[in-house]
Design a protein around this ligand. Structure first.
Ligand code: PGA
Length: 261
């Protein structure tokens, strides 16, 4: 995998947004897999600026959700459908008809999961999947010990993740759902390009384990090592526990411009 160390979160946002803009120039109807949480916001802000300035065109882009809470009422402001509509679909000018995600309010969650995997396949697969990483090493909501072959399914959140996400629910952990639907690790690995973005000291240990540790279900993000085109973009703080940081810096500094991410 390629590891790119950037000075700060804004630089990471700009770099990943440029990769998305370049993809949309090559393939205007690309399917962008988007993540929620705080980390990807600078990406969406940078890409929206590019759309406004005419540097990027997302008018034909399609957007796919990575995961969703189970049991929040439709339209709840913290459902990931609402978040992606607010942070990505509307600012980029993507048609809401071109936005797919799992139905976390479905009566039959098992069927909703299978339907979402089928919808991703019918859409031709995700071209670029943006990922965050949990402090516990999760990608999507694949918590530690998720099968590396897993498909979209219901998962139970760890206490750690519910504490981390309580900030979106007024700091009240009791408001954070216990269950989620997430693309499985096997599903995520089918995207053509994986881009994991991590910023801040709190992610340094999880990043080091994912990048330099063994491939292991206990660190779900380590599954990126199995993907032929995986890019990890980290700021200095998130890179601070990487033993090979000097090598990663030298490699990126010597990379030809035409190659992109
Ligand atoms: P965060 O979440 O970007 O809000 O830290 C990342 C994740 O849980 O994947």
């Amino acid at each position: 995998m390629e590891v790119v160390i950037v000075p700060d979160a804004a630089a990471g946002g700009e770099l990943v947004a440029e990769a998305m803009a370049a993809l949309l120039r090559r393939k205007p109807d690309a399917l962008l897999g988007v993540a929620t949480g705080s980390t990807p916001l600078p990406v969406y802000e940078a890409l929206a600026r590019k759309v406004r300035s005419g540097e990027a065109d997302a008018s034909r882009a399609r957007v796919a959700q990575l995961d969703e809470y189970v049991g929040l009422p439709a339209g709840h402001p913290e459902s990931y459908r609402s978040v992606v509509l607010r942070e990505v679909v509307e600012p980029l000018g993507v048609s809401p008809d071109s936005f797919i995600g799992p139905d976390g309010a479905a009566d039959d969650i098992v069927a909703a999961c299978a339907a979402y995997d089928a919808a991703l396949a019918a859409a031709g697969g995700v071209d670029l999947q943006l990922l965050g990483i949990g402090t516990d090493g999760h990608i999507g909501f694949n918590e530690p010990c998720s099968s590396l072959a897993s498909r979209t399914r219901i998962k139970t959140l760890t206490e750690r993740t519910r504490i981390d996400n309580a900030r979106f629910f007024g700091g009240d952990i009791d408001q954070v759902p216990r269950h989620v639907i997430t693309q499985g690790i096997g599903t995520i690995l089918e995207a053509r390009h994986l881009v994991l973005l991590a910023t801040g000291e709190g992610k340094a240990e999880a990043v080091a384990q994912a990048v330099e540790g063994p491939v292991a279900a206990v660190v779900p993000a380590s599954a990126l090592q199995l993907h032929p085109h995986a890019t990890v973009v980290v700021d200095e703080a998130a890179a601070s526990k990487l033993k090979l940081a000097a090598y990663f810096r030298a490699t990126y500094a010597a990379k030809p411009d035409w190659q992109g991410l």
